[in-house]
Write a protein that binds this ligand. Structure first.
Ligand SMILES: CC(C)(COP(=O)(O)OP(=O)(O)OC[C@H]1O[C@@H](n2cnc3c(N)ncnc32)[C@H](O)[C@@H]1OP(=O)(O)O)[C@@H](O)C(=O)NCCC(=O)NCCS
Length: 144
């Protein structure tokens, strides 16, 4: 498995992965707008020339990043790829001098909660009806 920066030609594959893994509707144009703002924050994992996972982070301020999306193809989960993607994102944040990474996760998403806790995140709050289906989010944070 290899990591590389996302490029606009990857949009349709990444969009498919996002829609199938994240149960939320996204506007593909938004991906490109945010990517242009901080390209280092959009990283894909590739195996045999095919994208099998990605992480998408944005800069909220000079010191704070936020993970918007992270997904690994179901056939490739549990192999450590999500962790590799996350650690590369964290490395990019450190290079930029950021101090904190935040994110939201569905309260029902036990796998993602375990995953982020394993990466060192802590739950710091709950946001009522954060998702379009009315589900609450946990807000999680990690200090670098
Ligand atoms: C969350 C996700 C990205 C994890 O990717 P992954 O490549 O399978 O994760 P890893 O193999 O790197 O696992 C790292 C750690 O996460 C935790 N974890 C991963 N899968 C888990 C599972 N099914 N149950 C419990 N904990 C799990 C474990 O602590 C694991 O460490 P360990 O293997 O030493 O026990 C993946 O499950 C996914 O794409 N889920 C759907 C999309 C999603 O929910 N994204 C997050 C919200 S934005």
């Amino acid at each position: 498995m290899q990591l590389r920066r996302f490029g606009p030609r990857d949009l349709s594959r990444v969009y498919d992965l996002a829609c199938s893994s994240l149960s939320e509707n996204y506007n593909p144009a938004l991906f490109l707008d945010l990517y242009n703002y901080w390209p280092e924050g959009f990283i894909v994992a590739e195996e045999d020339g095919r994208i099998i996972g990605f992480i998408f982070g944005i800069m909220m301020s000079k010191t704070e990043a936020r993970i918007l999306m992270l997904a690994v193809d179901p056939r490739h989960r549990g192999k450590g790829y999500g962790g590799v993607l996350y650690r590369e994102m964290q490395r990019q944040c450190a290079i930029k001098g950021m101090r904190m990474i935040g994110l939201e996760v569905r309260v029902s998403n036990q796998v993602a909660l375990h995953f982020y806790e394993k990466m060192g995140f802590q739950i710091v709050g709950r946001i009522s009806k954060y998702y379009s289906n009315g589900e609450d989010a946990f807000r999680m944070q990690l200090f670098l």
